[in-house]
Design a protein around this ligand. Structure first.
Ligand code: NAP
Length: 312
């Protein structure tokens, strides 16, 4: 079978670090076009455009596009991609609002094109094993601790602090994408406290409490972007009658009752492109809005607390 001819829109950090190497390493894809406002692209790419619209009209054999821009512009771009008759892979978060994502779902169905909402943190074997271990159990305790140094991971990026940039939920949504994947029952935001630096339009920290319909369950998440030194991406889950699960390193490592059962290097983006290959081959969309809904709910019921200004 011929390789899927794919393009990238937005050649920033994640496109360079992950999408380009994952596409290049997968023989079922051929990267034929890049749209970059700055004119950036890897060597050897046939078609390079500064305006993505030109890419959509000038490369007729382009079949699919990975949209690697900030979320605020993803909906307009994805709409144009789908209406041009191309399939679309969306970086997380898939849009700026739930309504935008719903619009994309409808357009993809009308155009009969594949729409794929990617949640990279779900693609670790520890996450899948945690999910399987929790099936049919009643979770009594969950503690998500997602603490990292924004200056290290997002140097100079201003969009993360702007409305629709999600602030600390930009990494926090990765934790929530693991939560929605592994929990045997849906969880709901019960309380949310959002800390906004006085000079920014997005939160730098968040404390969340959840319910799962089981009275008395203790379900919490703590997100903080001010952590220097060692970074923490842990999720502990304790169902009734055990065992105690601890996912760490963003899902690469899983301990069950203190015994390490998975400890692997991340394979997230190669796995995303293996899944995209399957979806394109089968002509099927995969649209998972559950992590995105939790973030929207956290903002909807969130209590806002002002904290000291943040300087890059
Ligand atoms: P980034 O380095 O700022 O790159 C985004 C790129 O999108 C920009 O460099 C720019 O590239 C393009 N762009 C910006 N504004 C645009 C606009 N108005 N219209 C069209 N293109 C625009 O950000 P990033 O870290 O790669 O993040 C991009 C997305 O990936 C975010 O949703 C983020 O949550 C997700 N993500 C990031 C990471 C990470 O570690 N950084 C990890 C996983 C997921 P050009 O100049 O080439 O057009």
């Amino acid at each position: 079978m011929a390789a899927h001819r794919i393009g990238i829109i937005g050649f920033g950090k994640i496109a360079q670090d992950q999408h380009f190497p994952a596409i290049r390493a997968n023989p079922n894809f051929e990267l034929i076009a890049v749209a970059s406002q700055r004119g950036l692209a890897p060597n050897g790419i046939k078609h390079i455009f500064r305006d993505y619209r030109e890419m959509l009209t000038s490369v007729p054999d382009l079949q699919a596009v990975a949209i690697c821009t900030p979320p605020q512009v993803r909906h307009d771009i994805a709409r144009d991609v789908l209406i041009a008759g191309k399939s679309a892979l969306l970086e997380k978060p898939p849009a700026a609002t739930l309504s935008e994502l719903e619009d994309l779902r409808q357009i993809a169905a009308e155009m009969r094109r594949v729409l794929f909402t990617t949640w990279h943190a779900q693609y670790n074997r520890g996450v899948e094993m945690a999910r399987n271990t929790l099936i049919g159990r009643t979770v009594r305790r969950m503690l998500v601790t997602w603490k990292e140094d924004v200056r290290h991971w997002h140097p100079g990026q201003q969009w993360i602090w702007q409305p629709g940039g999600f602030g600390v939920f930009d990494p926090g949504i990765n934790a929530l994408s693991i939560v929605t994947r592994i929990m045997p029952e849906p969880v709901f935001i019960q309380q949310s406290e959002l800390q906004f630096p006085s000079n920014r339009d997005a939160p730098i920290a968040a404390d969340l409490r959840f319910t799962n319909g089981e009275g008395g369950a203790d379900l919490k998440a703590v997100f903080d972007w001010r952590q220097t030194g060692p970074q923490t991406w842990d999720i502990e889950v304790e169902p009734e009658g055990g065992p105690i699960l601890k996912l760490s390193q963003g899902g690469c490592r899983l301990e069950i009752d203190g015994e390490i059962v998975v400890d692997e290097k991340p394979d997230e983006y190669p796995a995303i492109y293996r899944q995209f290959d399957t979806l394109l081959t089968e002509g099927r969309s995969e649209i998972d809005e559950a992590p995105f809904r939790l973030v929207a709910d956290a903002f909807m019921v969130g209590r806002r607390v002002q904290v000291e200004p943040f300087a890059d």
